[in-house]
Ligand binder design. Sequence first.
Ligand SMILES: NC(=O)c1ccc[n+]([C@@H]2O[C@H](COP(=O)([O-])OP(=O)(O)OC[C@H]3O[C@@H](n4cnc5c(N)ncnc54)[C@H](O)[C@@H]3O)[C@@H](O)[C@H]2O)c1
Length: 353
Amino acid sequence: MVNRVALVTGCGKRDGMGRAIATTLAASGAAVVVTDRQPAGVPNRRQEVLGITDEGWRGVDSLTDEITAAGGQAISVLGDVAAEADARRIVAAAAAWQGRLDILVNVAAAPQGLDRTDIEQVPVELFDLQIAVAVRGTFLMSRFAVPHMRASRWGRIINISSMAGVVAAPWSTAYSAAKAGVLGLTRALSADVAPWGITVNAIAPGMVATSRAILSMDPDIDYDAEIKARGSSLAVGRSGYPEDIAATVAYLASDGSAFMTGQTLQLDGGGRAAPFVARPPSALPPGEGEPCRRGQLRRFALITWAACCGPRGCWPPAGTPRPGRSAPASCAPPKTRRSARSSRSSRTWACAR
Ligand SMILES: NC(=O)c1ccc[n+]([C@@H]2O[C@H](COP(=O)([O-])OP(=O)(O)OC[C@H]3O[C@@H](n4cnc5c(N)ncnc54)[C@H](O)[C@@H]3O)[C@@H](O)[C@H]2O)c1
């Protein structure tokens, strides 16, 4: 990627994907422009409520220091990708730096928080914010970057969506809509700019170990244990890490990916191979659903908590086929059928495998 200039949004947080993507592209030889709305990133609700700060991390300034100390080239620009004037200014600054702009990686997303709830409780302004940063932000940054790429008849636009934009995720109406919007934009733009040698692709990560991964307001939560537990339910047996996403961005940004455009790469550790989408017991009507007990948890794409069986049936519904199993999954109340695992508690219903 020598002689390429890359612009990466959403780079402020130490543990975020933006940082990993920027350092990976820089290590591949690209000169990198890193940007965020605030130097150290916009705090999500957990960080805000619990007052979590990252001592010693100066955000995009630390990141540019890190890249230059490793022999790379980087500058930082601040701005709101959802604001037209800011997006125009960020792209112009990136293109003016070395007289070109070859790669745009749209990573920025609105901080998550009170939008992650049942639709009746989602503040309408938080729906607007999710759409503004993900969809409008990706549109604006791409709109201003495309002329520079057309001028050089080469370009790479890589949009970070989410598995929540591909399959249902519980309590994610705003986020899922925003991330699905990014996928539509990706496909449409890819067709329009392909004749200029510009490719446009999206990545849909499953759960990745960043500050965004933990929604809980519990101040004592053991982050590492939580990440490990969730990862263990995936086919690959671990959570995703920002470096996993960065490696795929590096491929999509390379010359070698020229024949791929308009695609969504699902980086979910195999989670989608298990076709069930679970929901928390508290999201079910009263009286429906018992929490799955240890040993009953199945593999789920995005989350590990699950509702199991209740008076009106089970989730996933009895009879739903599971991949790689000859017998369909089925659930039965304890009086008629009970697994050995559940015999300890009369409140535990059995989900046969
Ligand atoms: N972590 C996960 O489990 C996961 C899963 C699927 C998809 N994603 C997506 O990956 C991307 C990176 O997420 P992350 O986990 O690294 O979280 P992150 O919070 O570190 O990254 C998002 C960044 O966007 C920035 N941002 C927010 N509003 C902005 C605005 N208006 N203008 C400019 N920047 C703004 C934030 O400051 C933050 O630095 C996001 O698009 C996210 O939706 C994350």
